[in-house]
Design a protein around this ligand. Structure first.
Ligand code: 5GP
Ligand code: ZN
Length: 152
């Protein structure tokens, strides 16, 4: 079966959205997996070889409006694709990333999760960024933040 032939009949669709157009077969996509709720296709600008996007077939903007059942299906497919990367792509690790909002780096306004296959020494810049934290928070700082973050 050619996965891209399995066109979605999504109820929420945006003509302006490149991912909706890919999901509806109006633009090319290299699909790895597809079910009634979510799809996985290769990123056109891979950060690492095999960089994959997992998206709901319906159009949701970001993590704040995607329904819980789609979100959990996206994560379940991210797990599946990650395991395949470890098995078939010589990956030694995986990053699962998501950005909501432009300050966080979101550029496509259709909810998606990135699955990145990682290999030892593949990108020192990425590691450098992640381990660039120098500030160790005080107990008081953490307690004050927790008060704001615990929803009332
Ligand atoms: P964001 O920056 O919103 O978290 O990620 C959007 C991702 O979509 C980027 O990694 C970008 O490379 C990818 N992307 C943008 N346009 C296309 C496209 O037309 N096809 C595919 N397969 N990926 C795309
Ligand atoms: Zn869309």
């Amino acid at each position: 079966m050619i996965l891209s032939d399995l066109l979605t009949t999504s109820t929420r669709h945006s003509e302006d959205c490149i991912f909706c157009r890919i999901l509806n077969g109006k633009e090319e996509g290299t699909f790895l997996y597809r079910n009634s709720k979510v799809s996985a296709f290769l990123d056109i600008h891979p950060l690492f070889e095999g960089h994959t996007l997992i998206v709901p077939n319906d159009h949701y903007v970001d993590i704040t409006d995607v329904p819980k059942d789609s979100l959990s299906e996206v994560m379940s497919v991210a797990q599946m694709i990650g395991k395949i990367m470890l098995k078939n792509l010589n990956a030694e690790g995986i990053n699962v990333l998501h950005s909501t909002g432009s300050p966080a780096g979101q550029t496509i306004w259709h909810f998606h999760v990135h699955v990145l296959p990682r290999r030892a020494g593949d990108d020192s810049g990425f590691q450098k960024w992640w381990f660039s934290r120098t500030h160790k928070a005080t107990r008081e700082e953490l307690e004050n933040l927790a008060i704001k973050l615990i929803d009332k």
